[in-house]
Design a protein around this ligand. Sequence first.
Ligand code: ZN
Length: 57
Amino acid sequence: MPELKCPVCHGVLKVPDDALDGELFEHEECGAQLELITSNGSKVLKLAEEVGEDWGE
Ligand SMILES: [Zn+2]
């Protein structure tokens, strides 16, 4: 089971081996909604867009 880095709190989030691109996960430690994407052949997590929320840069 891959362990990916949370872009919000920089903690670790475990995702299933069969997780798909675009799948959403909630990081329980910080409550962030994260979207799984593939970048340069490896799976990474990015913050999912939330309607009506401005997360800033
Ligand atoms: Zn987190």
